[in-house]
Design a protein around this ligand. Structure first.
Ligand code: HEC
Ligand code: HEC
Ligand code: HEC
Ligand code: HEC
Ligand code: HEC
Ligand code: HEC
Ligand code: HEC
Ligand code: HEC
Ligand code: HEC
Ligand code: HEC
Length: 299
């Protein structure tokens, strides 16, 4: 039985992979025409015994699979593999691919057979590496969400597993994810990216932050080396913080003096300028992310 499931997965993987050349578009790619069309029975036949499932499927985006291969695509069997033996056996459960009983890797392979074009980095994502597969977050037949066949709405879906991250979004200063203004997916792509921690980047390979905070993007005539070298998280905590402006530290001067401690002693600033109880550095160095006017970011 275990062996058969593996074979079934293999068959669906072959169906899935043997077709179209490198998948690059965001539209699901067509798997190859079935190697042995006679092994397929079509969804109408499945419906004769799986009435409930078939009815529930009427509005599923996957009904579009039927449009593939010049409208000869097999709907149910696109995921469950060829069903003739299962039907001939009067519903022999050992002769059909059941994702509910397969490993997450086998299921992912089946899904990626059509969706690798939109999600080419999944296999190297922290989720895939931790065996969090497509059906950990998506449900094909019993989705509770109108969009994207998700198992739960966001951000609750994420919090179910990332309980450690949740408290940050309740802090006094936070990106308004719970309020629905920003989503986890604005900064992360859970299907994997080229970066660490599933982080997205902008089209010009900048930190994703600059997509919304365009005024920090530059390029500036006078760049602040700290922004380029450390990135935004050198000074800001992305999820939430006790400190205004999502700063990593409660005191701006202490933050600056991690790198500029000598400033306190120099002639420009006077003996005590760098101390934590004097005026914030940014009251003069206003354009802290970079300036086109002044090398010291004064304007
Ligand atoms: C002759 C009736 C019949 C037809 C036609 C039929 N099935 Fe089944 N199927 C069954 C029975 C009976 C079971 C086992 C009882 C159950 O769990 O519902 C089953 C179970 C399954 C399972 C679960 C397997 C498991 O491991 O428990 C899947 C998936 C499935 N069928 C898919 C399909 C698909 C896809 C088609 C069309 C290609 C199809 N079936 C056509 C009768 C049928
Ligand atoms: C996009 C892939 C996909 C398509 C298309 C699809 N299924 Fe499924 N099916 C699954 C997955 C994944 C599961 C495992 C449960 C889940 O995640 O929802 C499943 C579970 C099932 C089960 C129950 C197995 C169990 O043990 O719970 C049956 C029966 C079934 N599918 C029948 C069908 C029929 C009939 C069709 C066509 C109307 C169909 N499926 C179309 C992916 C698919
Ligand atoms: C950790 C949870 C998670 C996992 C694992 C996951 N997804 Fe998703 N998926 C999501 C969320 C959340 C969205 C909605 C994204 C958005 O709103 O930008 C989504 C959107 C999608 C979409 C529609 C939008 C798009 O970007 O194409 C497809 C298709 C999809 N996922 C397929 C898959 C496949 C295939 C797998 C497995 C290889 C998978 N997902 C694994 C959470 C997940
Ligand atoms: C045979 C090809 C095929 C397979 C296999 C397949 N899909 Fe799809 N999937 C599609 C098509 C076609 C659509 C509809 C796309 C559209 O509407 O443009 C779709 C749509 C989706 C969507 C909804 C996208 C949206 O924007 O709402 C999700 C989520 C998704 N698939 C996840 C999965 C998962 C999870 C699996 C594996 C269990 C899977 N798919 C297997 C072809 C496939
Ligand atoms: C089924 C549980 C589960 C769900 C649901 C889930 N994740 Fe994950 N996620 C994990 C696991 C396990 C890892 C890998 C271990 C780790 O680093 O925490 C991970 C890793 C991550 C990482 C990378 C962490 C790192 O340190 O590299 C990010 C970012 C992430 N998930 C975001 C999300 C978002 C956003 C959602 C909701 C759309 C989500 N996850 C839903 C379980 C889940
Ligand atoms: C404003 C952008 C942004 C949003 C919104 C966001 N994240 Fe993150 N997240 C990041 C950045 C940047 C990191 C990396 C932090 C670092 O490396 O110091 C990160 C790190 C993580 C990690 C790795 C563990 C950690 O804390 O470093 C997880 C897990 C994670 N995010 C999950 C989520 C979830 C779940 C949501 C939604 C509830 C979410 N993130 C919303 C930007 C964001
Ligand atoms: C999807 C758009 C979006 C992305 C991406 C984004 N932010 Fe934000 N950010 C916002 C919004 C909206 C606010 C809230 C503005 C408000 O409340 O007035 C905000 C607020 C902030 C604030 C506080 C501003 C203030 O005046 O108190 C900081 C700092 C910040 N973001 C930094 C970042 C960093 C760092 C990243 C990348 C890790 C990032 N943002 C990614 C939309 C975004
Ligand atoms: C060297 C430390 C540092 C780095 C690196 C940094 N910031 Fe800031 N940022 C600050 C300070 C300090 C403030 C508060 C300024 C104030 O209160 O006058 C600030 C304020 C902000 C604000 C609030 C609006 C504003 O301009 O006052 C946003 C949004 C912001 N930063 C986004 C970003 C983004 C996006 C990045 C990465 C491109 C980034 N920051 C990198 C130190 C930094
Ligand atoms: C992570 C280290 C780091 C942090 C934190 C940091 N800086 Fe910088 N800063 C640098 C580096 C490196 C340079 C480039 C120095 C050079 O070119 O000699 C620089 C340059 C400057 C300059 C221009 C110096 C010149 O010679 O023209 C000013 C002004 C400045 N920083 C102010 C600040 C302020 C104010 C803060 C706090 C909001 C801050 N910096 C936080 C590393 C940092
Ligand atoms: C009262 C306004 C003011 C405050 C407050 C201030 N600065 Fe300055 N800073 C200046 C001026 C004016 C210059 C000289 C600019 C020039 O030479 O064009 C300067 C120059 C600098 C320079 C580059 C030259 C040097 O001395 O190395 C750095 C770095 C710097 N400041 C960092 C800081 C830091 C860090 C703080 C907070 C601890 C701070 N400044 C607070 C006004 C201020």
């Amino acid at each position: 039985m275990g062996r058969f499931l593996k074979m079934a997965a293999l068959v669906s993987a072959i169906i899935a992979y043997s077709g179209t050349a490198p998948a690059q578009s965001s539209k699901p790619q067509s798997p190859a025409p079935p190697p042995a069309a006679s092994e397929y029975v079509g969804s109408e036949t499945c419906a004769t015994c799986h009435d409930e499932v078939a009815k529930g499927f009427a509005n599923n985006p996957h009904t579009k699979i039927a449009e593939m291969h010049g409208k000869s695509g097999v709907t149910c069997e696109g995921c469950h593999g060829p069903g003739k033996a299962h039907v001939d056996g009067g519903g022999d459960v050992t002769k059909i691919f059941d994702p509910a009983k397969a490993s997450s890797k086998e299921v992912d392979k089946t899904c990626l057979g059509c969706h690798a074009g939109a999600h080419p980095n999944f296999d190297r994502s922290p989720h895939a590496k931790a065996n969090v597969g497509c059906t950990s977050c998506h449900s094909v037949h019993a989705s509770k969400e109108p969009e994207h066949l998700l198992k739960a709405s966001q951000p609750q879906l994420c919090y179910q597993c990332h309980t450690d991250v949740k408290p940050s979004f309740d802090m006094p200063f936070h990106h308004k994810v719970n309020e629905g203004l920003v989503t986890c997916n604005d900064c992360h792509d859970v299907h994997g990216t080229f970066g660490e921690k599933n982080l997205k980047t902008t089209a010009d390979q900048n930190a994703i932050c600059t997509k919304c905070h365009t005024e920090t993007r530059g390029p500036f005539v006078f760049e602040h080396a700290a922004v380029k070298a450390e990135g935004c998280t050198g000074c800001h905590t992305p999820h939430g913080s006790q400190n205004a402006r999502l700063l990593n530290m409660p005191n701006i001067n202490v933050l600056c003096n991690q790198c500029h401690s000598q400033v306190a002693q120099d002639t420009v600033h006077g003996m005590n300028a760098g101390s934590s109880d004097s005026v914030p550095c940014t009251s003069c160095h206003t354009y802290i992310h970079g300036s086109n006017m002044n090398a010291a970011f004064l304007r």
